[in-house]
Design a protein around this ligand. Structure first.
Ligand code: MN
Ligand code: FE2
Length: 465
């Protein structure tokens, strides 16, 4: 840190230097043009307070910035808390602030995440401005190394996957189920298979949509438009997950993972039924045959017309653990986790709250149960990959999440921005808060795999919630 004086992070002079940087920052001014509200950043070290700053930000201007008082912390519109080593990574550009919030590295102790997520570029500009302030951190260096150090006791195994599980070349094939090996009932994925056989066998044709049709005809135009909009997202989403799953099943089968493949047959079967049930709704309730792709916005197109199919079809020629991890994060964690599960949760609760469309309510119940098994498989697969291949795979997972979360959250915003007033009491927060909570739970589970063995994984029942 050359000529200029370096300030201790989160101190009063640091806050003022940060505000100076912001005042000259055209990129920040533009990105935050509609931002209103004050923000406090709080640091802690081993649970003890380690400094906090407060900034009053308004329409791209930093009106004031100072070391935060107790009142500032109690009154700021948003308070973001994190350990010093995390803040250090944020300022070094190694952790994206919105991703940090989504994944729980940074905690939003006041304010709503949903209000922050449209400001991804503004938050990046805020952080870049902070990074331009020559900064030192109390008790420098030691902590950062500690925080970023990988647990070393988990040596990655060979990149070929579990070797005992490999499929032999034709001619030298060995069938496990006609040998003493048998089926491995100890694998947690068998629990999902058994559940799938019992719970995943509802028939889309059995749903009674009679009352739904009567309800639909009574709805206001705007209400029908919003339901049609949501359905168009669900419908194409279900079609894409049906079309795109096969390469993953092929890779899993190619590794001789019979039990996982058995479960995946029910997975694909269920996605196919999801396609069917939404199309039935469109045909018989909405009675709509128009081109619904008019509802597919930029973020939706990026995910469902590009990122998802690309990541899945990569598996046709690249079955590496990294390709599998990228595919599963995109498919399970983002498309199913942040989008489908969240969408069904919010949709189901508005139908229920408004006493509408009992057939669709029942359907959403089935969809949620099916998706919870799909997600549990994704968490299992990613945990297994982390255990088998160690830190490089964990980094692939983190990086892919970081790439995919902004368009996923962007898609939710896109939906709400399309309407001046959302009918049914639909609220943005209902989507984003639920998505974040579920996402954090799963990330924590997968992160735990960094310190686990395959035996640990085997001993844990796969949870479906
Ligand atoms: Mn589905
Ligand atoms: Fe699914």
């Amino acid at each position: 840190m050359s000529q200029t004086t370096s300030h201790q992070a989160f101190s009063e002079p640091w806050a003022r230097a940060w505000a100076d940087q912001l005042r000259d920052d055209e990129a920040y001014r533009k990105a935050a043009a509609t931002w209103e509200g004050s923000i406090a950043l709080e640091a802690h070290r081993e649970g003890e307070p380690a400094g906090a700053v407060f900034a009053d930000l308004w329409h791209g201007e930093c009106r004031t910035a100072r070391a935060a008082s107790v009142d500032d912390l109690a009154e700021a519109d948003y308070v973001i808390r994190a350990a010093l080593p995390i803040w250090k990574k944020v300022m070094a550009g190694k952790v994206d602030p919105i991703f940090g919030l989504m994944s729980g590295k940074l905690k939003l102790s006041r304010g709503k995440l949903a209000h922050l997520t449209p400001y991804i570029s503004a938050s990046k500009a805020l952080v870049r401005a902070a990074a331009r302030v020559p900064t030192h951190f109390p008790g420098d260096d030691a902590e950062l190394t500690q925080a970023s150090a990988a647990p070393s006791h988990l040596a990655p195994t060979s990149s070929a996957g579990a070797s005992s599980n490999q499929i032999a070349a034709p001619g030298q094939r060995h069938y496990r189920t006609t040998s003493e090996g048998g089926l491995d009932h100890g694998l947690p994925v068998m629990g999902l298979w058994h559940k799938g056989k019992k719970l995943g066998v509802w028939d889309p044709r059995d749903i009674d949509f009679t009352a739904d049709l009567a309800d639909w005809r009574r709805l206001a135009d705007i209400e029908r438009e919003v339901i049609l909009h949501l359905t168009s997202l669900f419908q194409a989403g279900e079609e894409s997950v049906t079309l795109d799953l096969l390469p993953l099943i092929q890779v899993i089968a190619g590794e001789g993972r019979l039990e996982e493949e058995m479960y995946l047959t029910s997975f694909l079967f269920e996605e196919a039924k999801h396609v069917e049930v939404f199309r039935r709704f469109l045909d018989e309730v909405a009675e709509d045959r128009s081109d619904l792709s008019r509802f597919h916005g930029d973020n939706y197109r990026l995910i469902f017309y590009d990122r998802l199919p690309t990541a899945m079809s990569r598996l046709r020629h690249d079955s590496s653990p990294a390709a599998q991890a990228e595919a599963s994060v995109t498919y399970n964690m983002i498309v199913e986790g942040v989008l489908a599960e969240t969408g069904y949760h919010a949709y189901g609760s508005i139908l229920e709250r408004n006493g509408l469309m009992p057939g669709m309510q029942q359907t959403v119940g089935y969809l949620k149960a099916d998706e919870s098994r799909h997600l549990a498989y994704g968490v299992y697969l990613l945990s297994r990959l982390v255990i088998e291949h160690g830190e490089p795979i964990w980094r692939v997972i983190e990086q892919r999440m970081e790439e995919m979360l902004p368009p996923a959250i962007g898609l939710i915003h896109e939906l709400f921005e399309a309407y001046e007033e959302m009918p049914f009491g639909l609220e943005l927060e209902a989507f984003t808060d639920f998505a974040m909570g579920q996402f954090q739970k799963r990330m924590k589970r997968i992160e735990r795999a960094r310190r686990q063995s395959l035996d640990d994984l085997r001993r844990e029942p796969v949870r479906t919630a």
